[in-house]
Design a protein around this ligand. Structure first.
Ligand SMILES: Nc1ncnc2c1ncn2[C@@H]1O[C@H](COP(=O)(O)OP(=O)(O)OP(=O)(O)O)[C@@H](O)[C@H]1O
Length: 408
């Protein structure tokens, strides 16, 4: 008797809803695609490529559109014998300097076994090795640097590589750089020379609205989900939730996939809105846990203070009203408390992470102030903290209070 049996009543091809899938069709980005194609046109015409900088919030199709267009460009340019196009893509997420990105590029260009070590060379030596590899490859080379903001302030490569030909480091080879980022501050923080070079052509991708997300989901669902397995209004509901929160196609796809998994685990024939609702709660919980994992001790304690107030049904409340709970929790955790103003900064950070929400109140001649409350279900915050914080005593105390006040 097999212990594992196949479940394929909901999904036809679940991978199509995952991150590794490269869509053959891009929905709702016609204007951006047109602008992007204009920026890439010099490659087709045999001229030096433009450097292109693409920015926008996470999940809005920057990488998908780039991959889609570069695949088309590589296919179509084959018609012309005088253009020999290569594309090298690097995700800079774990590479936090020009040096490391240059090493990664050298190693991508070299055959297996010929890689260089990621430490020990002067930066210019690595750059020269890179130019040598590019020159050996020859033709037109597009270097795609995704999550380019990870490079931080050590951004010399972004200035030097596009000018390598002008500076006689390259002779025949024509290099263009495509930088992709969801960090809106990155562009402003760049060295002005790097800014001029990299941002020769700029494209902004805005968040999707609910209608756009629904059309992206519909195309995916047609391939990914078995016929008749998407309940009435499910795609609309996933799209509306994702549009309201982030405008991210990734979030909408994650919701649909998880809702499908929940339906499958329940042996349901269809994905229903209730599965989407449960998927939303689960993803939100994961997001909180992830956000909380990155909080400092005092960020966690400030959050715990809000939870404590919520347990007593005393939210929304002002920063100064939270301060007593916060100092009490610091004492229990055996750590010195921060000044009220510093604790307030932690509340602002929690708000930015979407864990808290704040409403502005007028206070007559003394200006405005904010009142804070949880932006996530009370039980999710408790569960996430039980997992992450392990300030067990405080949590138990809050839970007892919650039971007493019937807060959930
Ligand atoms: N217009 C679209 N049509 C079809 N699929 C899309 C579209 N936009 C985004 N997607 C899909 O949504 C997911 C996220 O998109 P993508 O990775 O391109 O986002 P991004 O803007 O590069 O995000 P990040 O900044 O987080 O890397 C991918 O699975 C992608 O295929």
């Amino acid at each position: 008797m097999p212990r594992f049996t196949r479940k394929q009543n909901i999904f036809r091809n679940k991978d199509v809803l995952g991150e590794s899938y490269h869509p053959e069709q891009i929905e709702e980005r016609d204007a951006e695609i047109e602008e992007y194609m204009t920026a890439l046109q010099p490659v087709m015409d045999g001229w030096e490529p433009n450097n292109i900088f693409i920015y926008g919030h996470p999940g809005v199709g920057k990488t998908a559109v780039t991959e889609y267009l570069l695949t088309l460009l590589q296919r179509d340019v084959k018609e012309y014998d005088d253009v020999d196009l290569s594309v090298i893509s690097v995700n800079c997420k774990s590479l936090n300097s020009s040096y490391q990105v240059a090493v990664e590029l050298v190693n991508k260009l070299r055959p297996t076994g010929g890689e260089i070590s990621s430490t020990g060379y002067p930066q210019q030596t690595v750059f020269k090795k890179l130019y040598r590899e590019l020159e050996t490859l020859g033709g037109t080379i597009l270097v795609v640097l995704d999550e380019i903001d990870s490079i931080g302030s050590r951004d010399d490569l972004l200035y030097e590589l596009p000018r390598a030909r002008a500076n006689d480091y390259l002779d025949q080879t024509k290099v263009g750089m495509i930088g992709i980022s969801n960090d809106f501050k990155f562009r402003e923080q760049l060295d002005p020379r790097a800014q001029d070079t990299l941002c020769e052509r700029e494209l902004q991708f805005s968040p999707y609205d609910a209608t756009e997300l629904e059309s992206i989901l519909q195309t995916r669902a047609d391939i990914a989900i078995a016929e008749g397995a998407v309940g009435q209004g499910v795609l609309k509901y996933c799209s509306a939730l994702a549009a309201r929160d982030s405008g991210s196609a990734r979030q909408a796809l994650d919701l649909l996939r998880l809702a499908g998994e929940l339906a499958e685990n329940n042996n349901a024939d269809q994905i229903e809105e209730s599965h989407v609702e449960r998927a939303r709660a689960k993803l939100e919980q994961e997001r909180i846990e992830e956000g909380m994992r990155e909080l400092t001790t005092h960020g966690r304690l400030a959050l715990l203070a809000v939870v404590s107030k919520a347990a007593k049904d005393e939210t929304p409340c002002r920063s100064r009203e939270l301060y007593d709970d916060y100092t009490d929790l610091c004492e229990r955790a055996g750590t010195d408390s921060l000044a009220q103003r510093s604790m307030h900064n932690h509340l602002s950070e929690l708000r930015m992470l979407g864990i808290l929400s704040a409403s502005e109140n007028r206070s007559g001649s003394r200006g405005n102030y904010y009142s804070y409350e949880l932006n996530v279900p009370f039980t999710s915050a408790i569960d996430a903290m039980a997992d992450v914080l392990r300030v067990d005593e405080a949590i138990q105390r809050i839970e007892r209070l919650a039971v007493k006040n019937d807060v959930s």
